[in-house]
Design a protein around this ligand. Structure first.
Ligand SMILES: [Cu+2]
Length: 198
């Protein structure tokens, strides 16, 4: 209880400091757009992972949407509902959450339509054998890895990088062919795609 009260008073103090700064800036006629962006609520988007049977291709899992268009330097909250019921092999380390806010994500069992902020468990990794798909950006300046367990929902936040085109790839061998890296894994708009940041 006392912790909660402390948290409230701290955020109120920050709010006062912030509005004080805002007044000073208004008097000086200066605007700081980046500060305003950082203070804004996260931009919420959602994805689902469906199995291709539903769209006419047996055993082809797909992120929908697979291609994202997002504003630069903005806090994004992503909700991913995974309707795939099976795990797939991943390279070492790809069950660990990386590049999100606090390096965490929230995992909720199943794929409920509505999710409240208290639902699920906050984790930094999931079981190595319990990864159905990953959403992985392997860029030099922007690295993110979000592992997704079967039949579950994950919620995470991340800050978009500077404007640019960032390819992502699922690192779980969920495709067809030898090793599971063909089919959906090698097809744009299925288990790989692009985040376009503008
Ligand atoms: Cu996958």
């Amino acid at each position: 209880m006392s912790h909660k009260l402390y948290a409230v008073s701290t955020s109120r103090r920050q709010l006062l400091q912030f509005s004080g700064t805002g007044i000073a800036m208004a008097v000086l006629g200066i605007t700081i757009p980046r500060m305003a962006d950082a203070a804004a609520a996260p931009l919420e988007i959602s994805q689902k992972i469906i199995i291709g049977k539903k769209v006419g291709k047996d055993d082809w899992p797909q992120y929908v949407p697979a291609n994202l268009s997002l504003p630069a330097k903005r806090l994004i909250q992503v909700t991913v509902r995974c309707y795939d019921d099976g795990p797939a092999d991943i390279p070492t380390g790809y069950n660990i959450v990386r590049g999100t806010v606090d390096g965490t994500m929230r995992v909720i069992k199943g794929t409920p339509d509505s999710i409240s902020a208290q639902d699920g468990t906050v984790v930094k990794q999931i079981g190595f054998k319990d990864t159905s798909h990953t959403f992985t950006v392997n860029g030099e300046s922007f690295f993110m890895n979000v592992p997704v367990p079967p039949l579950s929902t994950v919620v995470y936040q991340f800050m978009t990088p500077a404007a640019g085109s960032y390819p992502w790839q699922c690192m779980a061998a969920c495709g067809t062919g030898e090793g599971g890296w063909a089919g959906a894994m090698a097809t744009d708009g299925w288990m790989q795609g692009t985040i376009t940041v503008t």
